[in-house]
Design a protein around this ligand. Structure first.
Ligand SMILES: Nc1ncnc2c1ncn2[C@@H]1O[C@H](COP(=O)(O)OP(=O)(O)OP(=O)(O)O)[C@@H](O)[C@H]1O
Ligand SMILES: [Mg+2]
Length: 228
């Protein structure tokens, strides 16, 4: 079986794209998958900085046609690896302009495209999602309501939306991504740790919280990141 391409999107700043990307890289690696990380946030490549040297990775600017060409070539050159793409804020304009470079290559690549769309509770998250679905219609899209912004019931705009119905009609899921205690996330971010490094180096109390969070994360990823 070929390995999926995962795009972690959201197109909004600060919704949790980088943390979801890190959690996904960790989940796949723990499951024994080879992972190739593309960090498309070339001005602030936080995920790349945490994983550089630990897994195969590259910075690729998806605001430009050249970047999409490189992205497709990486998918072809690394057929044995799942490809995880951490996107930057405002990435939707690049997707609208050049996303076809990828979507029209999927068949030849023999890869499935899975998008994890990270949202906060605001309306523009949903509008941007609809724009993304229109630009890349052949991706399975799962929506990650980031629990950092509140409990599931607080995502009432999304929970009652048309876009939720269309996501789920195409087999996508709507999931709550678990909140991690600030003390642990601050440590990971400020020390540029991969999750595996954090696990090795953190004090016992922090590790207990990390374990709790990772168990929750595994439940969320189970149905969306099954071995492709
Ligand atoms: N589920 C979560 N649990 C704990 N903290 C979170 C969670 N999601 C996001 N955060 C916090 O919110 C901040 C922004 O998260 P993150 O960097 O992942 O967002 P982003 O969408 O990648 O932002 P940018 O657009 O700037 O790249 C971080 O400081 C992170 O610690
Ligand atoms: Mg980010």
């Amino acid at each position: 079986m070929t390995k999926p391409i995962y795009i972690v999107g959201g197109s909004k700043g600060g919704v949790g794209k980088s943390l979801v990307s890190m959690a996904l890289v960790n989940h796949l690696s723990q499951a024994g998958e080879e992972v190739f990380l593309i960090d498309a946030d070339t001005s602030n490549p936080d995920v790349w900085k945490c994983y550089e040297g630990e897994i195969a990775s590259e910075l690729v600017n998806l605001d430009e046609a050249d970047g999409w060409i490189r992205f497709v070539n990486i998918c072809d050159e690394n057929k044995g690896s799942a490809v995880v793409v951490n996107t930057a804020a405002r990435n939707n304009s690049g997707v609208a302009s050049y996303g076809k470079t990828l979507s029209q290559s999927l068949e030849e690549l023999e890869r499935q495209l899975v998008t994890l769309w990270v949202i906060n509770r605001q309306r523009d998250s949903l509008e941007l999602l609809q724009d993304y679905i229109d630009a890349i219609p052949n991706s399975t899209v799962h929506v990650f309501k980031n629990g950092y912004f509140g409990a599931d019931a607080k995502f009432e705009l999304y929970n009652g939306s048309k876009v939720k119905k269309s996501v789920e009609a195409k087999g996508g899921r709507s999931l709550l991504f678990p909140d991690m205690a600030d003390r642990v996330s601050d440590d990971i971010y400020s020390n540029r740790l991969s999750i595996a490094k954090a696990w090795q180096t953190m004090p016992i109390g922090n590790r207990a919280e990390l374990r709790r969070w990772l168990e929750e994360v595994d439940k969320v990823f189970g149905p969306v990141a099954a071995n492709g």
